[in-house]
Design a protein around this ligand. Structure first.
Ligand code: AMP
Ligand code: MG
Length: 355
């Protein structure tokens, strides 16, 4: 299969040419084909979520285990009634507060949503993205679009159309290239099938932000990582897989900055002496202090948005540059950093050294 890469910027949406590009993408979706498109979080791999056959194509293209459910993307509240039921007042409050935006909600599903889309669950994950290309595409296709991140299963999520091309070339008919995504890590997933919000995956929308809308937020203990979580089963099935990961063996080093720098340099030099190609992931504040084959800064510690936007691209670059061992700085837990930390921990397979 030939994969077409179609450039489409926000301003193109006002032009006939831009609209024609989206018409072509929407027509593919309506035919049951798979199209990758930009959202504000990461690139998504979209298909008609109401038909088992199209959902199956997503799993095939990604190499995704079939028990890992997909998120249905909608553009208008009216689309909800066709896919979810038993929606509580608190669930409405959450949706009204955070949509369109980087928030996915878990609700009870309508029978019309095929089990193939929900990985066999009787609940469904739904998001209303705010990226203009994603919104227009969903409106034109006039379907709930099932769309997981557009990476091969296990690889870091794509933040550029080029990343999607690397993983999906020859596997899907079309990629819409809307440039670099804004946020760079996946949506916050909130389970609202009970009274109180439960966070199943941390993201840009933080527990504090949710608490302002509906009090009593908790976090699925299985996603926090570390020895405590080792025997817990995450409520979002996808969180159990080691993903977001580069191919190189990655270790996080945490502690006081001075000690972190000297430990990372010591570990890097040890591995280089053994003949390995070594990468270091740091932050602007410390980056000049490192020695390795490949050194990349994720951004400034004062700017979590920037770190999030660069994280997956950095992990992919480590792969592209053939790095076998990666030593990385970590980030704290507070606010948006908690979501970033969750992804870095997963990328490192929870290998953490405290110094
Ligand atoms: P991705 O689209 O690649 O960001 O992955 C979607 C995430 O949503 C995975 O972690 C899934 O396990 C999770 N998810 C999707 N549907 C449900 C559901 N009904 N209940 C819990 N988690 C879900
Ligand atoms: Mg994913």
């Amino acid at each position: 299969m030939k994969t077409e890469l179609i450039q489409i910027k926000e301003e193109d949406l006002q032009t006939t040419k831009g609209q024609r590009k989206l018409d072509a993408a929407a027509a593919l979706l309506q035919k049951g084909e798979v199209v990758a498109f930009p959202t504000e979080t990461v690139y998504g791999l979209g298909a008609d979520g109401m038909h088992a056959e199209s959902s199956k194509k997503i799993y095939e293209a990604k190499g995704r285990p079939s028990d890992n459910p997909l998120i249905l993307h909608i553009a208008e509240f009216e689309q909800l009634s066709g896919i979810a039921c038993d929606i509580s007042d608190n669930a409405w409050k959450i949706m009204k507060a955070f949509w369109p935006g980087p928030m996915t909600i878990i609700l009870k599903k309508k029978p019309e949503v095929p089990k193939e889309t929900t990985g066999g669950l009787d609940t469904v994950a739904i998001r209303m993205p705010n990226h203009p290309v994603a919104r227009e595409l969903i409106l034109k296709a006039n379907l709930p679009i099932a769309a997981p991140s557009a990476n091969r299963s296990g690889r870091p999520s794509p933040t550029l159309a080029r990343h999607v091309m690397e993983d999906m070339n020859g596997r899907i008919p079309m990629i819409l290239d809307g440039g670099k995504v804004g946020i760079g890590i996946e949506s916050t997933i909130i389970d609202m099938t009970g009274e109180n919000p439960v966070i199943l995956r941390p993201g840009y929308i933080t527990p504090e932000m949710i608490d302002q809308v509906v009090a009593g937020v908790s976090i699925d203990p299985a996603i926090l990582g570390g020895p405590m979580a080792a025997n817990l089963k995450p409520k979002a099935p996808g969180m159990k897989y080691r993903h977001y990961a580069p191919s190189g063996d990655m270790t996080l080093v945490e502690g006081e900055p001075e000690k972190v720098i000297s430990k990372i340099n010591a570990l890097a030099s040890e591995k280089r002496e053994e003949g390995y190609r070594v990468g270091i992931i740091g932050t602007d504040e410390n980056i000049l202090a490192y020695q390795a084959d490949v050194i990349i800064s994720m951004g400034s510690r004062k700017d979590p948005e920037n770190i999030a936007a660069n994280l997956y691209g950095t992990l992919r670059e480590m792969d592209e540059r053939g790095v076998q061992f990666i030593f990385s700085e970590s980030v704290g837990e507070e606010k948006f950093y908690g979501a970033i930390r969750n992804r870095i921990l997963k990328a490192a397979g929870y290998q953490v050294l405290k110094v």
